[in-house]
Design a protein around this ligand. Structure first.
Ligand code: NAP
Length: 475
């Protein structure tokens, strides 16, 4: 079994201490990942700081050219890397390829943005003074990414920070480190200067503490659960460390009686079942206006039953395994709880115990009351709770009754309603007649307990730039 290396200061480092990487479709290890201790992470931050002093000096255009070359390498290696994503994460191969295409596009977007770290000139209020605002890179960035989109979420952070002139130490998730190693191979192939981008792996809490407490690390960018986000917030309070946090979601999806029903069902399918329901922007709870409730359910259940489950490496598979046993147990618990509250299980909902992997049949549960667990917590599985609503005001109130606010979806053809929803839904991203709103050029992030700050868009690079006011006396 191959032991994959870390990428430290331009060198590939294989260590004796390793952990197993499991294929969730087979529930067995297929590779090992090298691990380092906290002192070696501190060394990576030192090296990243040394690299920062030169990386920040080169032009944005030159940094962008490196990012373009990395994008080309990633694109060229997409067949091999997509298999790796599927093997460590479980998602169907077609979705792994889409993830790579998105990562390539992020790199290209930030390659262009690298030239645009604009400041501004402010008219003076007092004679004999001039005022400038300039943007400078924040410094070394500690990045922490989750397992559900193992490549693109790390790339999103790296591309924006590198474009800004920062250097990056990335810690991928324990379950899925290999996509990040494959990305580091692309970085290495284009001869990015040593220390500009590095991969570390080891104890998550120790790496997190080193990022927090080491003064050379100037910012932490984190994607993952709200509970780990809270640990980082508490740690950051001690040393006033800036944080960007992309945390959990619990998206409502609203279908109004004036919607194009076929499109609404297709939108709900993708918003719910993409990545086997393990997406932070997954539709967690579906509300359908009463006059079309039964017709929506009939179409939605028929399409859900038709989804092909299996090992993501096999052609035509649409639903892969969940990441682990715990994820399957949580899905089952959310369904049991809904049924105990009077809901009806219309299809699926069974752990496929006859298979070795962590497979769970996509489920639709109807008439789920708002107090059901799956209406209040992030399910992170292919479980679709559906319930009816009567009025727009009522459904907006129910949609907003959550501590989370990452994304929300609505299907309607009423223009006035579209504007009312845009303005009143409490979410950082709102898909109107659109089940997949994410795109490189638009800000990605949440409100309430879904996080702080934005990735992607103009905001993505700005998150890694300091704003400085320069006042110049010229008299
Ligand atoms: P997680 O348990 O929070 O893990 C995310 C990352 O944090 C992993 O790299 C993990 O390392 C690391 N980590 C764990 N404990 C840590 C600590 N004490 N200090 C520092 N880092 C620590 O989340 P997950 O289960 O992997 O991901 C699912 C969650 O991520 C869901 O809630 C989902 O909504 C959210 N998510 C949000 C977005 C978004 O953009 N808002 C996108 C995707 C996912 P180890 O793997 O080594 O433990």
């Amino acid at each position: 079994m191959k032991t994959h290396p870390l990428y430290l200061n331009g060198e590939w480092v294989v260590t004796e201490t390793t952990h197993a990487v499991v294929n969730p479709a087979k529930a067995e290890p297929f590779a090992r990942m090298s691990l380092i201790d906290r002192s070696r992470v501190a060394q990576a931050l030192n090296d990243a700081h040394a690299a920062f002093l030169s990386w920040r000096q080169i032009t944005g255009k030159a940094r962008g050219e490196f990012l373009q070359k990395i994008a080309a390498e990633l694109d060229r290696r997409r067949d091999g890397i997509s298999r790796l994503i599927t093997m460590e994460n479980g998602k169907p191969l077609a979705q792994s390829l889409t993830e790579i295409a998105m990562a390539v596009d992020h790199l290209r977007w930030f390659a262009e943005e690298a030239r645009r770290g604009y400041g501004r000139v402010i008219p003076n209020q007092v004679e004999g003074k001039r005022h400038l605002v300039i943007k400078t890179p924040i410094g070394v960035v500690g990045a922490i990414s989750p397992w559900n989109f193992p490549l693109v979420l790390g790339v999103r952070k790296a591309a924006s920070a590198l474009a800004a002139g920062c250097t990056v130490v990335l810690k991928p998730a324990r379950q899925t480190p290999l996509s990040s190693v494959a990305f580091a191979e692309c970085v290495d192939a284009v001869k990015l200067p040593p220390g500009v981008f590095q991969i570390v792996a080891g104890s998550a809490s120790e790496i997190g503490q080193e990022f927090l407490q080491n003064p050379l690390c100037r910012k932490i960018t984190f994607t993952g659960s709200t509970s780990v986000g809270q640990i980082l917030i508490r740690g950051a309070a001690e040393c006033v460390k800036p944080l960007s946090l992309e945390l959990g979601g619990q998206a409502p999806l609203l279908v109004f009686e004036d919607a194009d029903l076929e499109k609404a069902v297709d939108g709900a399918m993708i918003a719910k079942f993409r990545n086997t329901g393990q997406s932070c922007i997954a539709a967690n709870r579906i509300y359908v206006q009463r006059p079309i409730y039964q017709r929506f359910l009939d179409l939605f259940v028929a399409k859900t039953k038709a989804l092909k489950i299996g090992d993501g490496l096999l052609v035509g598979v649409q639903i892969g395994p969940l990441i682990d046993d715990e994820a399957a147990a949580k899905a089952a618990q959310h369904i049991e709880d809904a049924v105990a509250h009077g809901a009806r299980l219309l299809c699926g909902g069974r752990r496929l115990k006859e298979r070795k992997g962590f497979f769970f049949e996509p489920a639709v549960v109807a008439d789920v009351p708002d107090r059901g667990l799956c209406m209040q917590e992030e399910t992170f599985a292919p479980v679709a709770p559906v319930c009816a609503f009567d009025t727009e005001a009522e459904v907006i109130q129910r949609a907003n009754a959550s501590n989370f606010g990452l994304s929300a979806y609505a299907f309607t053809r009423d223009l006035g309603r579209t504007f009312r929803l845009m303005e009143s839904l409490e979410a950082g991203m709102i898909g109107i007649n659109d089940g997949v709103p994410t795109t490189s050029q638009c800000p990605f992030g949440g409100v309430k307990q879904s996080g702080w700050g934005r990735e992607l868009g103009l905001e993505g690079m700005d998150a890694f730039l300091e704003t400085k006011h320069i006042s110049i006396g010229i008299a």
